[in-house]
Design a protein around this ligand. Structure first.
Ligand SMILES: [Zn+2]
Length: 177
């Protein structure tokens, strides 16, 4: 952090505030402590009659790789709504949230994925969108594992295949050493 987002001061201190246990950016000009916390990514495993809908990324990172629909949660939005919004933006498909399927953490990237199991309400989707080069259904035994964009998607898909009807939430994480 270089500038105070509150007053614009460029002379920030990096201190452990009194009573705290971690370093924080502190602006002495406006007396603001800037807490930085992980970002939430909401997404889904969109299913229709045993098939999963994947989208090939038209944006970096991992351009051209297949992924579950997912994106950063907006302020004022529930994770469930965020998951359905990302589903529609990336694939043009609509569905209903069945349940929370996976919580996947990336502590080194300061991200937490909340991936929901979504039952698509119809087989309709857009073959391409502004965020996806290609959208299509895959049978579970034809998922292109080597072309999946992120660990979070691989984990969620593997967890689903291992136990599609399991009620328990799958907890996973990717730690970069
Ligand atoms: Zn300030």
């Amino acid at each position: 952090m270089k500038f105070c987002s509150n007053c614009g001061n460029g002379d920030l201190e990096y201190i452990i505030p009194e009573g705290d246990h971690k370093h924080r950016y502190y602006c002495p000009n406006c007396d603001t402590i800037h807490y930085q916390n992980p970002r939430i990514i909401a997404g889904c495993v969109p299913m229709y009659e045993g098939k999963v809908l994947l989208a090939k990324r038209a944006i970096e990172p991992r351009y051209g790789f297949w992924n579950l629909p997912a994106g950063f949660l907006e302020n004022g939005e529930s994770p469930e709504d965020g998951a359905l919004r990302e589903l529609f933006e990336e694939t043009g498909a609509k569905g209903e949230v069945n349940r929370l399927h996976t919580v996947f953490s990336l502590p080194n990237f300061n991200q937490v994925y909340l991936l929901f199991l979504v039952d698509l309400t119809s087989e309709e989707y857009e073959a391409t969108t502004s965020e996806s080069l290609e959208v299509r259904f895959f049978e579970l035994d034809e998922i292109p594992w080597k072309e999946i964009a992120f660990e979070s998607s691989t984990f969620a898909l593997e967890s689903y295949i291992a136990s599609p009807s399991k009620e328990k939430v799958n907890l996973g994480q990717f730690v970069k050493y």
